[in-house]
Structure formats: structure tokens, C-alpha cells
Design a protein around this ligand. Structure first.
Ligand code: BTN
Length: 274
């Protein structure tokens, strides 16, 4: 595993040293190289892997982003992790877990770095200084009568020194923001600690009620104009916040208020990516 001085890598042994969680990451699957940690975990889920199992890799050969995009996943610099959740809730409620994961990633990064204040671009992009620092891809499968199986993949740009071409306009890394190399394993541990607690809060009400204040405090789109890219076209609206089930609430120029569902649209800022 190639890595920078100051980063001890993300092997199972190293992660075990940092993890203080109860169930999140109690079982760790690690590969130096895999296709996608989401795929790795889906295979393990099929063989009965328990709730909270994580898959971590140093490099992905087929890293996936949202909307069928590729997630660049070179070795030695970033976090590629996925966690398996088996919530005993109605399948239609599981889409909220992607917002729970986004809040946990933002809070874990803030906790670990001390000074950085990552924001969330609804529903689940992690943004620093107007550029994307981390992304989340949640995949679920549920058969009727069975508990849902949710795989939440989190990619965090940690020690990337710079981004090539067009990505330089929209992406950033912790190293670029902090000016130093960071150890990846404690970042993973911090995110999982926040996820474990936030997931518990989510389960109490089976919605985002208990997380709404903290999510809203870091929601970059709150009280801002946004461009909504919907299947029927692009329109401008004013975002006021989210509902307790995770939809974005926007007001259109004609005054009508709409709830936007994450699966239907993508949202952009008026100036630039966020
Ligand atoms: C996005 O913002 O488009 C989502 C990116 C998600 C990337 C992570 S990296 C770990 C996990 N494995 C994948 O193939 N994708 C997710």
C-alpha cells in the first residue's frame, strides 16, 4: 500500500486501533484493491455479513458515484469505505439514511480536524470552501417482508495533492484545505462514531426529527437560491430547508412551495458548484 508520510494507511489492524464504536465497523473487510467497496459489501451481505460491517479499500478500480458517474479512486490518498446497515424499518424510510450518513461525515471530519467546518449540499455532498470534499452513494435492496439491506458508500478526498483538469474547479481534499497530510484511519473512526450515534437518533423516530437542527445548521443550500435540474428541465427556486423526512423545501418564483425528492433531481448553487 503506497502512502504519504503522516498517513499510516487504512488496513484492518490500523482501523481496529482507532475504532471505539459499539457496532459500526466491529467487523472490518479490507482490501488493498477492490472494484468498489459497495460491491465488496454487497457480496458480503449476500453471505450474511452482520449490520455494521464495513468494507474499506486503499484503491478502487470501478469506484461509483451517483447518477452512474465514476468516482476516481487512486491508491494511497483517500478514503473509500462502505457500511452495511440492516434497519428494521419500512423500506421507503431507508432513503433518509443517506442524509444521516452525510451529517455523520460532515461531523466526523469537523471533529477530527478541529478547525474545518464542512457543509452539506443537499442531500449528501460534503462541501468545503465551495468545493466537493466527499460524496455518498447509498444503495438499497429490500424484498417485501424482509428487513432492508442498505449499503452506504462514503468517499472522502483526504491526501489528494491536487485535482486535474475540470475537477480542479469543483473538488478539494483535506490536505489542500489543511495544508498537511492527514492519517486516514482516525478520520474513518470519527465518521463511524458520529454515524453510530446519529443512526440511533434516527431509529428513535424513524425520521430526521432528532437530527434536523444539526443537519440544517450545515446545509449550504438553506435560505439560498438554487438551480433545480429536474427531468423536465432546469428551474430556479429559493430553498428554505428540509422536511423531517429529508425532502428539500423550495419556493418557486411564482410563490408555489414544493418538496423536492432526492431521487428526482440534482441541485446546484446559482454561482458555481455548491
Ligand atoms: C457521489 O458523490 O457521486 C458519490 C460518491 C461515492 C463514492 C464512494 S467511495 C466508496 C464507495 N464505493 C463506491 O464505488 N462508491 C462509494
Amino acid at each position: 500500500m503506497a502512502m504519504e508520510a503522516g498517513d499510516w494507511g487504512v488496513s484492518r489492524e490500523i482501523l481496529e486501533r482507532y475504532l471505539k464504536t459499539g457496532w459500526a465497523g466491529r467487523r472490518i473487510l479490507y482490501e488493498d484493491m477492490t472494484d468498489s467497496t459497495n460491491h465488496m459489501l454487497r457480496r458480503a451481505a449476500g453471505e450474511g455479513a452482520p449490520h455494521g460491517t464495513i468494507a474499506v479499500a486503499d484503491m478502487q478500480t470501478a469506484g461509483k458515484g451517483r447518477r452512474g458517474r465514476t468516482w476516481e479512486s487512486p491508491a494511497g490518498s483517500s478514503i473509500y469505505m462502505s457500511i452495511l446497515l440492516r434497519p428494521d424499518i419500512a423500506p421507503e424510510k431507508t432513503s433518509m439514511l443517506t442524509l444521516v450518513a452525510a451529517l455523520s461525515a460532515a461531523e466526523g471530519i469537523r471533529q477530527f480536524t478541529g478547525g474545518l467546518m464542512p457543509m452539506i449540499k443537499w442531500p449528501n455532498d460534503i462541501i468545503l470552501n465551495g468545493k466537493k470534499l466527499a460524496g455518498i452513494l447509498t444503495e438499497m435492496s429490500a424484498r417485501s417482508g424482509q428487513a432492508a439491506c442498505v449499503i452506504t458508500g462514503i468517499g472522502i478526498n483526504v491526501n489528494t495533492p491536487e485535482f486535474p483538469g475540470e475537477l480542479a474547479e469543483t473538488a478539494t481534499s483535506l490536505r489542500m484545505e489543511c495544508g498537511r497530510v492527514l492519517n486516514r484511519a482516525p478520520v474513518i473512526a470519527a465518521v463511524l462514531e458520529r454515524l453510530e450515534e446519529n443512526y440511533g437518533t434516527f431509529l428513535k423516530t424513524e425520521d430526521l426529527t432528532g437530527l434536523l437542527d444539526r443537519y440544517s445548521a450545515v446545509l449550504i443550500n438553506r435560505d439560498r437560491d438554487v438551480l433545480i435540474h429536474a427531468p423536465g428541465g432546469v428551474y430556479r427556486a429559493h430553498a428554505s430547508g428540509i422536511t423531517d423526512t429529508g425532502e428539500l423545501v423550495v419556493q418557486k418564483p411564482d410563490g408555489t412551495v414544493e418538496k423536492i425528492y432526492a431521487g428526482d433531481v440534482s441541485v446546484r448553487g446559482i454561482c458555481g458548484y455548491a
